[in-house]
Structures are given as C-alpha cells and as structure tokens.
Write a protein that binds this ligand. Structure first.
Ligand code: DI6
Ligand code: FE
Length: 397
C-alpha cells in the first residue's frame, strides 16, 4: 500500500519534527519500506494501491509508555476528600490511596478487570495510541499480580494495540505487611516477580521509590532479581520527594526514570550517562496540584531524552488522554510542542526499549496516526479536541 499527499512528522530527519511535505509512504505487510517526497517515489512503487491523504499530517502511532490501566473500582471519593483538604500522602497513610484500589482489584473478577481496562484502552485508541505500557501493582499478592498481568496481555488479544507489561509488585505495602516493607519485598514481591516471569508475563520491572512506598535498598533487591532474570528496569522516582531513586535507576541502566519532579542536575547527568529516558507525567502533577517542576532544562542540557505519558491510574492521574497530556506537558512543564510530540512517539518507544517504532522510517513498524491538522503544534495546543482522522496498526487501516 502507498499513502500519498501526506505531511509527515517523521522524527527521522534533522528538520523540525522531521517534517517531510508532499510526501509518500510505502507500506509492505506490517512495515514501512519507503518514505520521502512524492517526486522521489521510485518507479517500482508507482503502481501500488494508493490512498490520497489530501495533505493530512501523519505521525508515528502514539505510545503511552506509563499506565496503570488495569485496576478495580475507582477513587472518586478520594478526589472529594482531597478537595476537603486531605493530601495524597495523608490518604495513603490512612489506608486509602493505592491500598484501597488493591482491595477493589483483589475483589474484581478477571472479566471485570478486562472490561474496565478496555474502556480506557478504547479511549486511547480513539486518539491514535497504537502501543501502551501496562503495569501490575494493585494486587500486591502473587495471585492478583499475575492476574493483572494476564489481563494486560489479554488487551492485545481483544484490540489491535501492542501491550508492553511492567511488573510493579513494589508499588505499595499491602495491609497484611503493614510496618514490614522488607518482609513484603522478600516474601511476596520478589517471588511474585519470578512466578510472573516464568509465565512470560513480564517485559520490564518497575518500582515506586517514595516515602509512602519503598526506599532505595528495598528497590535494589527487586532490581537485582530483575538483573538475574535479564529483565530491564524502570522506576517511579523523585515524585513527591528526593529519595535517590533516579541515581539508582541510572546505576541499573534503567529504560526510564518516571515522574522525576524532585530530580537534580546530578540526577540528570546520571540519566544521560545510563541512556535512560526521563518520563514526565503531568497528569499526576496536575491532579495532586504539585508545585515542584521537573528539571526540564537540566534534562535538555544533559541530553536526556524526555517522554510524556498519562500515568493512567485511579488515584493520582485518572487521565486516559495522551492528547491532553501533550497540552499539559507544554503548559505545565514548558516543553515545546515538538519535544512533547517526540515524547509520545520517539522517546516513548525508547522508554519501552522498542526500536521498531516511534518514528517514520524504512524498517519501522507501520503504526501510524493520521490527523486533520496541518501544523503538528496543533496537537499540543488544543484542549479537549481530537482531530484524529484514521490510524494504522502494523499496516492495517
Ligand atoms: N505513582 C503514581 O503516580 C501512581 N503510582 C505511583 O507509584 C499512583 C497510583 C495510585 O494512586 O493509585
Ligand atoms: Fe505511575
């Protein structure tokens, strides 16, 4: 198939957004085989089945590289409590927060978990998302952690989207281990990780390094297990305070360090040295009304790739819109629209360790989003407006 008369934001040339105007894109099976100006289209491809895009913008399919979209229940009541003045940390310490979603998730059937996840995935697909990362972390016992990951895998059977899973057993201390985070890590999180890996359910290993969760010594034990199993790591680091998680993630060559509001210029240097991506999550910053901005300029100066994601979860970021995330990345964190769009394509792919997507170039997977816009900055600038015209998953429109 050949797509003609397109404006490509390829992220594969030195131009702004890697823009190529009056372009064509040739697709064979699930791969892009040629892109470039229509005037350069090789003779051999001119006979292929063509679809005229009438000047529309084509971007790589969008990638949401940090979500918790499998969970039971919701936390609307907690939202009300925060409006009454309770803080996220107070609610968590009083047994609400993550732990309340753990009860709801343990109580939910597999069917209910899958149904809830699909409603959120469908909202993402409607905005051009073709790859989504999904974490466990609301089970906090072996059985429910594995169930969450199986449900995450089932999403890809039910929809044409690619799902990458992250094991997040080290997300919170469950009620049965209150006061004994070390016991939880050693007796539950690490054995659950081994069991999940044995079943082929784990693409990466994540953790929550925070005062209300786990310290660096505890996360280190999880990361040592990941290393032993030859699994890549990533980490929720420096979201609400500076705990040293970013430096730890860099030490383990993490795919990404996520949130990173309290990261320092030294942390940025460490991430640059390890080639890790800084994943910014403006939905959580917005929802919790945080004021500590991530050190975006330090990331730029150090050459750390910056990604953006929804952090879709029932508590700190009940957000399923990657387009709104783009806008928040620009408005709240002062990213440029070009950085923001690279953050949900090129750099999001890297945060998942995927080299076959995130840009438009020969050899890349034909995951595309086709938009009724001319200037790519329009995707960041509008609020609550979805200009998606069509999408392609692995060569299928
Ligand atoms: N950081 C977050 O933003 C989510 N998890 C995490 O480690 C919040 C999860 C929740 O509040 O349910
Ligand atoms: Fe998260």
């Amino acid at each position: 198939m050949i797509l003609t008369n397109a404006r490509l934001a390829s992220f594969a040339t030195p131009a702004r957004y890697g823009l190529i105007d009056d372009a064509a894109l040739v697709i064979k099976q699930d791969k892009i085989v040629w892109i470039g100006p229509m005037s350069d289209l090789p003779e051999a491809h001119r006979a292929d089945e063509a679809r005229d895009l009438e000047g529309r913008l084509v971007t790589p399919g969008l990638i949401d590289c940090h979500t918790h979209l499998v969970f039971g229940g919701n936390r609307a009541r907690e939202f009300e409590m925060r409006l009454d003045g309770a803080s996220y940390e107070e609610i968590a310490r009083a047994g609400g927060g993550i732990v309340s979603t753990v009860s709801a998730t343990r109580d939910a059937s597999d069917e209910a978990l899958l149904h809830g996840a699909l409603t959120r995935v469908d909202a993402m697909i409607a905005e051009g998302v073709t790859t989504v990362e999904v974490k466990s972390g609301y089970g906090l016992d072996t059985e429910t952690e594995l169930r969450m990951l199986r449900v995450a895998r089932q999403i890809a059977d039910q929809r044409p989207i690619t799902v990458r899973t992250s094991f997040l057993g080290a997300h919170a201390v469950p009620p049965e281990y209150t006061g004994d985070p070390d016991g939880y890590i050693d007796n539950v999180a690490i054995p659950a990780l081994r069991a999940a890996h044995e079943e082929g359910l784990v693409d990466a290993v994540d953790g929550f390094c925070e005062g209300i969760a786990f310290d660096t010594a505890q996360i280190r034990r999880v990361f040592d297990t990941a290393r032993w199993l030859d699994l890549p790591v990533k980490l929720h680091a420096e979201q609400l305070s500076h705990m040293g998680g970013t430096a730890l993630a860099a030490e383990y060559g993490a795919l990404s360090a996520d949130h990173v509001e309290y990261a320092t210029a030294d942390d940025a240097q460490a991430l640059a040295g390890s080639g890790s991506v800084a994943v910014l999550l403006p939905g959580a910053f917005y929802t919790l009304r945080e004021t500590q901005m991530p050190p975006v300029q330090a990331f730029r100066d150090a050459g750390v790739p910056i990604a953006l994601a929804t952090d879709c979860n029932p508590g700190s970021s009940p957000l399923a819109s990657l387009l709104l995330t783009l806008n928040m990345g620009c408005t709240l964190f002062r990213l440029t629209p070009e950085e923001a769009l690279a953050g949900i394509t090129q750099h999001a792919a890297r945060a998942l360790g995927l080299t076959d997507r995130g840009s438009l170039a020969p050899g890349q997977r034909a995951d595309l989003a086709i938009w009724d816009v001319h200037d790519p900055a329009e995707l960041s600038y509008r609020i609550g407006f979805n200009p998606l015209h069509a999408r392609m998953f692995g060569g299928l429109l």
